[in-house]
Design a protein around this ligand. Structure first.
Ligand code: CA
Length: 227
């Protein structure tokens, strides 16, 4: 296992490294202290998970996230002092898997990392669900709508597989929150909405007027089984 930390503040980078080392002593750690290095490193080192600071000296974390998503679906956790909802939404829209705000509590960061790794491995080891022309490829990162291939992040794949496994039923927001974050920490319903919006952009012909993932206002979402 390999973790990549992107952080320009050496003290925070050390604190994150130490926390990861305590929990995963065997894991390899690579650290980038600016955005350009971070993108190159993600491409060359192929980490299993990236912890990404938003405020970097050269290009900001939003840009780094966008660039990395052009070539990789590696799970990315944003680490940021900005806890404004709009920044968090912007990160999720650009394909972040989760976020932790600074000053971070070690336990919370570790739980988030662990939740992502666990759910990723869990879903990868299961038989991936399908429904008529909707099906996964060889991993949760690859999805087909008919013959059209789309690429998904871990979180998108986990949400879509949960909806597909329950095709024909309404899946509640709290049930989606549980598959994404486990029962220790839960994110906001707003975050779930952003993930759904991202998935729709990828799989729906008309994302604003969806025909695959149906919204049940205030309750949750469903994928309809074709009659
Ligand atoms: Ca910083």
């Amino acid at each position: 296992m390999k973790f990549q930390i992107v952080e320009d503040n050496p003290q925070i980078a050390d604190a994150v490294s130490m926390a990861l080392e305590m929990r995963w002593p065997e894991a390899a750690l690579v650290v980038a202290n600016n955005g350009e290095k971070a993108i190159k490193m993600a491409e060359q080192e192929k980490p299993d998970l990236i912890i990404l600071d938003l405020g970097l000296p050269d290009i900001d974390g939003f840009e780094v996230l966008k660039e990395i998503r052009f070539f990789s679906n590696v799970p990315i956790i944003i680490l940021t002092v900005r806890d404004e909802e709009s920044d968090i939404v912007k990160c999720l829209e650009r394909g972040a898997d989760d976020y932790v705000t600074k000053p971070f509590r070690q336990l919370e960061l570790m739980s988030r990392v662990q939740a992502i790794m666990r759910r990723h491995h869990l879903v990868s080891s299961q038989v991936l669900p399908s429904c008529e022309t909707l099906h996964f490829g060889q991993s949760i990162h690859v999805f087909f709508v008919g013959k059209t291939r789309v690429s998904l992040t871990s979180t998108e794949g986990i949400i879509l597989s949960h909806l597909l496994r329950n095709a024909g039923k309404v899946v509640s927001l709290s049930s989606l929150s549980e598959v994404v974050w486990g029962d220790n920490y839960s994110g906001s319903n707003e975050a779930i909405r952003v993930y759904i919006r991202r998935i729709r952009k990828k799989i729906e012909a008309t994302p604003d007027n969806p025909s695959i993932i149906i919204t049940h206002p205030g309750i949750g979402y469903s994928i309809q089984k074709p009659r």
